[in-house]
Design a protein around this ligand. Structure first.
Ligand SMILES: Cc1cc2nc3c(=O)[nH]c(=O)nc-3n(C[C@H](O)[C@H](O)[C@H](O)COP(=O)(O)OP(=O)(O)OC[C@H]3O[C@@H](n4cnc5c(N)ncnc54)[C@H](O)[C@@H]3O)c2cc1C
Length: 451
């Protein structure tokens, strides 16, 4: 159908900050908070009407990858602070330390909360430190945190173009109801999840893909009856679940999970494959397909699943769940082998389950003064599937915010920032940059440090 050249338009400068963060999801919020708390002026741009990204609008409602098995907590800092703030509101649920074991009793108690080791094999898995939370609680707590840190939050601002001075990014343009606006900054952090800033600024990337999901919640569910059915009539329950999952077309084995709100369950499904998270046509089709599957599912479970007789669709996530799209190529590309075998890096600035994220994986090639943090970091598509959960994305964001300030304070570019100083700042503020390898880490020479 051809193409047209857009008419040039002036973009008024609406802010000039030390640090500009694009994307108010888990990584972006942590980045903005860390930079602001370390003394920088910060503007945070978000396209939607709320902060939280997939953890709020995507209704992804369990924080995973906080821990390596039952013993070691690997993500602290802002991610843990979010949990504490949600807990005060009664909107976070997690197993106490004594319940974090592999046992039939603990499985019965916690599996329908989804708080188990996702990577364990077998029908019953070990209970671990993971957190079920409420999406509106996440939005509220994000607002509180941003306000207290003094972040200049600009919602309804859709990033569209970088402001470049040669190879250096000097700000961003966003589209708004009143036309384009410019925000200038000395460091830009791309926390868009899709690498929108880095890709348009000229950084190399690969386009990965993974299933997309129209997440939904059901209300009016009698979860006690549903759990009793599961425990007392396992064969019948298995058959109903199998039929439900066939209608959904794609889901995890436990297609419904409990939430902090009584009678409300979280359905991380239906999963759909073959769609690009960047294509308007694909996203439109997937959204519609997902809604049809949800309607058919509710119709079935109301008739066949004890406890779901009066279930209603409470909400379908306003944002379709895109797990993977662009992955930016940085100074180092994290591999599946690195993630699975807990490869330790001397420049580690963030941790996930057992794995480490080197600072180099947040430095895009070819663009100066730009950092990436979140699910589009520099990683192979296979490795990203295993290293993209919310807490590690927040750890990366926190590291990016600290790195930006460390570079500005030292008058060097972010590429030349002193990683030791970044690690020390992160430790001092309660984060775990992964500078000290765990006994199970694989060191650069290949050896494992301990048992
Ligand atoms: C269906 C699904 C289930 C998942 N299940 C789990 C789970 O159980 N546990 C878990 O821990 N993780 C889970 N994940 C992974 C996790 O949700 C994401 O990897 C994580 O949220 C990534 O955080 P982020 O901040 O990098 O990106 P996002 O959460 O995607 O946030 C990006 C933010 O940037 C904004 N943005 C994007 N483009 C622009 C633009 N051009 N201009 C302005 N703003 C922009 C977005 O609106 C959003 O707020 C799941 C993901 C999906 C999709």
């Amino acid at each position: 159908m051809g193409a047209i050249t857009r008419p040039a338009a002036d973009a008024p400068v609406v802010a000039h900050s030390d640090v500009v963060v694009v994307g108010g999801g888990p990584a972006g919020l942590a980045a903005a908070a860390a930079a602001a708390r370390n003394g920088a002026s910060v503007t945070l741009l978000e396209r939607y009407a709320y902060l939280g990204g997939l953890a709020a609008g995507g209704m992804v409602l369990v924080l995973d990858d906080f821990a390596d098995g039952a013993e070691e907590i690997t993500v602290a800092g802002v991610a843990q602070e979010m949990v504490e703030r949600l807990e005060v509101l009664g909107l976070a649920v997690y197993p106490p330390p004594e319940d974090r074991i592999l046992s039939a009793e603990m499985w019965r108690r916690w599996s329908r909360w989804g708080l188990f080791d996702l990577y364990a094999k077998g029908p019953q898995k070990s209970i671990v430190y993971a957190v079920a939370f409420d999406p509106d609680g996440w939005k509220r707590v994000s607002n509180d945190l941003a306000e207290e840190a003094g972040i200049n939050v600009r919602l309804h601002s859709w990033y569209s173009a970088p402001i470049m001075e040669g190879d250096t990014i000097a700000g961003v343009i966003s589209e708004t109801k009143t036309g384009p606006q410019a925000v200038l900054g000395d460091v830009v952090i791309d926390a868009s999840g899709d690498g929108d800033v880095a890709a348009s600024a000229g950084a190399p990337f690969v386009e990965g893909s993974y299933m997309v999901t129209t997440v939904f919640r059901l209300g009016n569910v009698d979860t006690e009856t549903a759990e009793r059915f599961e425990q007392e009539q396992p064969a019948e329950c298995h058959a109903v679940n199998r039929a439900t999952r066939r209608i959904l077309g794609g889901s995890w084995a436990l297609w419904w999970l409990k939430t902090p709100l009584p009678g409300v369950v979280w359905c991380n499904c239906p999963h759909m494959t073959g769609y690009s998270g960047l294509s308007v046509e694909d996203l439109t089709t997937a959204d519609r397909e997902g809604r049809k599957k949800i309607a058919a599912t509710v119709d079935y479970v109301r008739r066949h699943y004890p406890g779901f007789e009066n279930a209603v669709v409470l909400d379908v996530a306003p944002q379709i769940g895109v797990r993977q799209s662009r992955l930016i190529e940085g100074e180092y590309v994290v591999t599946k082998d690195d993630v699975v075998n807990r490869a330790h890096f001397a420049d580690s600035v963030a941790r996930g389950r057992g794995y480490y994220t080197p600072y180099r994986a947040m430095l895009p090639r070819g663009v100066e003064q730009l950092l990436v943090a979140g699910r589009h970091y520099s990683v192979t598509p296979e490795a990203q599937k295993l290293s993209r959960e919310i807490p590690p994305c927040m750890a990366m964001g926190e590291a990016a915010g600290v790195a930006a300030v460390e570079a500005l304070d030292s008058s060097v570019t972010v590429r030349k920032a002193d990683v030791g100083a970044i690690q020390r700042r992160l430790r001092a503020q309660g984060a775990d940059p992964g500078d000290v390898p765990s006994p199970r880490a694989r060191l650069a020479g290949g050896e494992v440090t301990g048992a």
